[in-house]
Design a protein around this ligand. Structure first.
Ligand SMILES: [Zn+2]
Length: 499
């Protein structure tokens, strides 16, 4: 095989896929047509390439081995996706067209989530959630069962006992170890969570944790009372100003295409598409205001900064592939400003008491998410262990309910699942970010976002793309790899200290 050609074609393939996502989710193209792109690049994903890259990885050493393993993971993920490409397009189209009936009106399924998070009446929330779950159970799950069964079969055909075993090998991660680390997080934060999340839920919604449901969280997180600080019209300027404090001029970054145009079918949630790294990065935003809108913008803005700062001289594997916990960690790094009191006071002009209250709220939300991901990992390891997927809906509901202590519907047991165990990227990224944040506080202080030196430091890290995994970056910064205690401490201090 001509590897250089393979890499060039793969880069073109990924550019096309990213562009297709960009056009569809920014509301400029109704259909999402991935299968045509897959067909065009079919030769990349021939079955024999699996053994080629596997052998290459086995026989190589050092950097060559690393690049081969990045290629093998890329190849395998796309190979599996290719087997279900028509189904994926079909599911996306069905979901985009799906409607549910609420109070005599037909509401698009995707939009009903926005409706749910804005609905103060609990009975109405229950009803929207019920209709959404019914749609999932009656329409979407049929294709999802087909999707997962097909993907599982192909994982086994590649010589692995399960999808889980395949991805543990491809990602070179010990899933059991990560699961037990997250068990530790769950047990160390349980009382804290019950007390503080329970207290806030009662205070804001008048609902006790013991009688709460997942749909209550959507409304809780929306937190309209903070809208006065997170105005729709200020989001982009705030992002620009924050970067400027770090010596980064967003207006001079001609490789970041900031798409803020309002379009009917544009995703209400901000997202980032990496069409060419670093030359063509789309940061797509449709500001709606509210704390969760700001949070999403800073998260996606972190991805955009990372890839826009990546050195163009790096090889394809280090620009496009590698450990995605790295980019998620950089995204969390900017997102984490939402829990930084002095940033809220300096940049958002909150008074200190309001900032304290918001930081407490925001940290509690973060704790909720970390606990949810601990449960997701636990469940997904069981879902993907090689046994039959059908009938695992009860297990899903039971595991998610036991970590977030909210009644969790079972219908999403196949939909609320991350492909390729992407959930471990978020978990590792939270741990990575907690350590990176520790480093930045020690070196640049609490107001690091106002220091050019901190900006220079981040740009230096960003410039390596995903050449180094999170463990390697941390050891370069003087840490002994990932250490979950930093995340646990961050959560405990943020919640207990903020009350
Ligand atoms: Zn992200």
């Amino acid at each position: 095989m001509d590897i250089e050609k393979y890499k060039k074609d793969s880069e073109n393939f990924l550019s096309r896929i990213e562009k297709e996502y960009y056009l569809h989710f920014s509301g400029q193209k109704d259909s999402l047509n991935l299968s045509d792109i897959y067909n065009e690049y079919d030769s990349l994903f021939l079955i024999e390439n699996f053994n080629f890259f596997k052998d290459l990885k086995d026989k190589s050493l050092g950097e060559d081995k690393k690049r081969a393993s990045y290629l093998l993971k890329f190849y395998t993920e796309c190979y599996l996706e290719r087997q279900v490409k028509d189904l994926v397009d079909k599911m996306a189209e069905e979901e985009a067209k799906a409607v549910i009936e609420i109070e005599g009106e037909k509401v698009p399924f995707r939009y009903s989530e926005v409706l749910l998070s804005n609905e103060p009446n609990r009975k109405k929330r229950d009803f929207i959630e019920y209709k959404r779950n019914q749609k999932v159970a009656q329409s979407f799950n049929i294709n999802l069962i087909k999707y997962w069964k097909t993907v599982h079969k192909h994982a086994c055909d590649l010589g692995f006992s399960s999808y889980r075993e395949l991805f543990s090998f491809l990602k070179d991660e010990d899933f059991n170890r990560l699961e037990s680390e997250m068990e530790k997080l769950l047990s160390k934060t349980r009382d804290l969570y019950e007390k503080n999340f329970g207290h806030l839920l009662k205070k804001e919604l008048g609902i006790g944790l013991e009688e709460s449901k997942r749909s209550d969280f959507s409304f809780f997180k929306r937190a309209k009372k903070y809208d006065i600080f997170f105005k729709k019209g200020c989001l982009i300027d705030l992002f620009r100003e924050t970067l400027s404090g770090m010596g980064i001029d967003l207006d001079k970054q001609s490789n970041i295409y900031l798409d803020v145009e309002e379009r009917k079918n544009k995703s209400p949630r901000a997202f980032c598409c990496t069409v060419c790294i670093p030359q063509e990065i789309y940061l797509v935003v449709m500001p709606t205001g509210g704390q969760d809108d700001y949070e999403a913008m800073f998260h996606e803005g972190g991805h955009a900064q990372h890839f826009a700062s990546t050195k163009s001289s790096l090889e394809f594997e280090y620009r496009f592939l590698g450990d995605n916990a790295v980019t998620e960690g950089y995204a969390f790094c900017l997102e984490h400003l939402m829990q930084n009191k002095s940033w809220l006071v300096d940049m958002l002009r909150m008074d200190p008491a309001a900032a304290d209250e918001f930081v407490y709220f925001s940290n509690t939300i973060k704790l909720w998410f970390c606990r949810r991901y601990a449960a997701k990992l636990k469940y997904e390891l069981k879902l993907q262990d090689g046994t039959d997927i059908e009938g695992k809906d009860g297990l899903y509901s039971e595991i998610l309910t036991s970590s977030n202590l909210m009644e969790w519907p079972s219908e999403n047991y196949l939909k609320d699942v991350d492909e390729a165990f992407y959930c471990t990227n978020y978990i590792r990224a939270w741990i990575f970010e907690a350590q990176l944040n520790d480093y930045m506080l020690n070196n640049f202080g609490y107001s690091w976002y106002k220091k050019k030196k901190a900006g220079d430091f981040l740009r230096e890290l960003w410039s390596y793309g995903q050449k180094y995994n999170v463990q390697e970056i941390l050891s370069q910064l003087g840490y002994k790899g990932l250490n979950i205690n930093y995340l646990i401490d961050q959560l405990v201090n943020g919640v207990a200290g903020g009350k």
